[in-house]
Write a protein that binds this ligand. Structure first.
Ligand code: BTN
Length: 276
């Protein structure tokens, strides 16, 4: 996940439709299904371009889910394969424009998602900085935090559940994991959305209270064992051991030759794990 500051982009909201009460597919052509879920107003559609772009025009504590995204957005302006059966969810959260906690927000969202997944019984997950959720080195979830306006951020959450991303994109073969293969009884998409939104509400509540420091030990446990990494600092390369993040949300890198260095998230274009 990344924290991208950009302009609001108007979205054509495809063919919205109510979901049936079993948590099944939404029917194209009707109005979006609105409900209140875990303190959020959740708006569900059959198809959208990108839920993050729809959420750009929504208020704090509103969320949007689509069965399918025709133009799902990933980090580094990549396309995010969003076939039917995955959880494609964006939630609008308040941020404090005068606080440095915005840097830490992507990691806090990662924590919320990992907590929800662990609560379901997914045991072996870890995070790769800043917030790819991996199971056995395969990507189970990706997160993209966009800031479209001051004081609000959009937390975009994509989780592979029943979908088969490699069918649409063969390059993803053996690169992704999905809940249906990890759990005997995976939740419906609607149940999963509710679990993630509840967890996110709790974590953002702590962030609002200025408490990223309190979340820090939990965030730093998510990275797993220490790994050697190479950072791409917009051209310059630095190698060392990734030591997690500090209370200001900066990445800490220790190297043999120098003292540990702290990098702002925006300084790090890419992190490559050298020994997986
Ligand atoms: C990544 O590249 O790992 C981030 C992927 C984020 C995908 C989610 S799906 C819901 C939301 N809407 C989008 O267009 N992207 C995010």
């Amino acid at each position: 996940m990344t924290f991208v500051r950009q302009q609001k982009a108007p979205e054509q909201a495809g063919s919205p439709a109510p979901q049936d009460e079993t948590g099944g597919r939404l029917k194209p052509g009707a109005l979006p299904h609105m409900s209140v879920v875990e303190g959020w107003t959740l708006c569900e559609y059959a198809t959208l371009g990108s839920t993050n772009l729809v959420a750009a025009n929504m208020k704090a504590w509103e969320a949007v889910r689509a069965d399918r995204q025709s133009a799902g957005r990933g980090r580094f302006q990549r396309t995010w394969v969003s076939d039917e059966g995955g959880l494609w969810l964006s939630a609008v959260v308040p941020t404090n424009p005068n606080s440095s906690s915005g840097r830490a927000l992507p990691m806090a969202v990662g924590l919320a998602v990992c907590d929800a997944l662990r609560g379901l019984g997914v045991q072996t997950l870890r995070m790769r900085w800043p917030n790819d959720v991996l199971v056995k080195e395969r990507k189970l979830a990706g997160l993209l935090v966009d800031q479209f306006s001051p004081g609000l951020a959009v937390a975009g959450i994509g989780i592979n559940v029943f979908n088969e991303p490699e069918t649409s994109e063969p390059l993803l073969k053996n690169q992704t994991a999905r809940l249906a293969d990890l759990l005997a009884g995976p939740p419906t998409l609607r149940e999963l959305a509710a679990l993630v939104l509840r967890s996110l509400r709790g974590v953002i509540g702590e962030m609002e209270a200025g408490n990223f420091e309190a979340l820090l030990p939990r965030v730093n446990r998510l990275w797993g064992r220490p790994r050697r990494v190479e950072l791409d600092l917009d051209g310059a390369k630095r190698r060392g051991v990734f030591k997690g993040v500090d209370a200001a949300g900066r990445l800490i890198l220790s190297s043999d030759s120098a003292e540990a260095a702290a990098y702002e998230p925006w300084q790090v274009r890419h992190l490559t794990e050298i020994n997986k």
